[in-house]
Ligand binder design. Structure first.
Ligand SMILES: [Zn+2]
Length: 369
């Protein structure tokens, strides 16, 4: 090094050391910076359904595939089996994944305990119970959120999952009423037209719901000529679901876990379609299922719906992670969806589902990281 260069270097170092000192950083500033950093760590999730018959090594392979392609968290549906979740959680964590315990909450197909109590099931406006008369599909076996033994049963299942060591959240799915309106893109599949609230899809008109509603509002929903326009009746049902969520939140937190949920695309849409108003809930994270393909919408709608939810959650501590349905999407569209979720303020993105992700989509996910 020439002398001139050495001098320049010494001068530069001297100048650096003479820079005015940064003002003292307060602890509050540090906390704020950490929070900002957390927000910047845009999280990638995927939903998967477990099978107890599969061996551990096949799960090691599946989980490492996700991790190697940039996925941070798995939401595992074990059909509410805490022992299977106990087995899979350490395997997923060893691969570097965060684990979430996915439960089908109000829709409990084949629930052997619930099936012993036909009165726990939701009843339609035309008087049919989901116990033996299922709307749309046979796996629609909805419990009534107002009946104490039914909701206590669901909350007990939440608690059993919350106790599993190492999970991050209990993840509520089907935390709503049965669809009064199906996603418009699914209607042809069921050969249905739904232009008004149809009695066979309208829940719950069981004796307990009617009685509890009458106590508060002194009117009987069975007498309404057009129940769709009775705001108290709508609000009552929104509140019944909120009450289950808020109790689940307490239970999860009691066991040192958080609460998350898969919800409809944005609050007003969720309210309109399934009596679900998730911006009012006590919940740590929501994963709106912004499945543009179900609603005959284009990919840019993912950005629109994400923003709706993000704005509605302002002032709460609830995080929003956009959920997308990958099977009909190209790798390029998956990449677009990731960018749209980020640009519109989501904290992450979740892919439905892990098993359906193609090599091309996984590469797009990895490259976007
Ligand atoms: Zn009911």
């Amino acid at each position: 090094m020439k002398t001139n260069n050495v001098l320049t270097l010494i001068m530069a170092l001297f100048l650096l050391s003479c820079q005015p000192k940064e003002p003292k950083v307060s602890e509050a500033d540090v906390t704020e910076k950490v929070q900002v950093a957390d927000k910047e760590a845009f999280k990638y999730w995927t939903w998967i359904t477990a099978d107890a018959k599969r061996n551990d090594s096949s799960y090691v392979a599946e989980f490492s595939k996700y991790k190697n392609n940039g996925i941070d968290a798995v939401l595992i549906n074990t059909n509410t089996d805490p022992s299977l979740l106990n087995r899979l959680t350490p395997i997923a964590k060893e691969q570097g994944l965060e684990v979430h315990a996915w439960i089908m909450a109000m829709n409990r197909p084949g629930d052997s305990v619930a099936l012993k109590h036909p009165e726990w099931y939701a009843v339609s406006r035309d008087g049919n119970s989901c116990f033996d008369h299922r709307p749309y599909v046979d796996y629609y076996q909805w419990l009534c959120p107002t009946r104490k033994p039914a909701r206590d049963h669901v909350l007990k299942l939440v608690e059993e999952l919350a106790k599993v060591e190492g999970i991050a959240t209990v993840h509520l799915d089907y935390i709503r009423y049965s669809d009064i309106f199906l996603p418009v893109g699914l209607l042809p599949k069921y050969d249905l037209a739904q232009e008004t609230e149809l009695p066979e899809f309208d829940f719950c008109y069981c004796d307990v719901c009617v009685e509890e509603f009458e106590k508060i509002h002194h009117k009987n929903p069975r007498d309404f000529s057009n129940p769709a326009i009775d705001m108290e009746w709508k609000q009552f049902r929104l509140n019944q679901i909120k009450a289950v969520v808020d109790d689940a939140y307490e239970i999860a937190h009691k066991h040192g876990k958080k609460l998350s949920a898969a919800v409809f695309p944005y609050p007003e849409m969720a309210d309109h379609m399934v009596r679900q108003r998730w911006d009012k809930w006590n919940i740590d994270m929501v994963l709106p299922m912004i499945y543009n393909n179900f609603y005959n919408e284009e990919v840019d709608w993912i950005g629109f719906a994400t923003k709706q939810g993000v704005v509605d959650l302002k002032g709460t501590s609830t995080e929003l992670h956009t959920g997308i349905f990958v099977p009909p999407m190209t790798a390029e569209e998956v990449n677009q969806a990731i960018q749209l979720a980020k640009e519109n303020g989501a904290n992450g993105i979740s892919f439905f589902d892990g098993g359906a992700l193609t090599e091309m989509q996984l590469s797009a996910i990895k490259e976007s990281k």
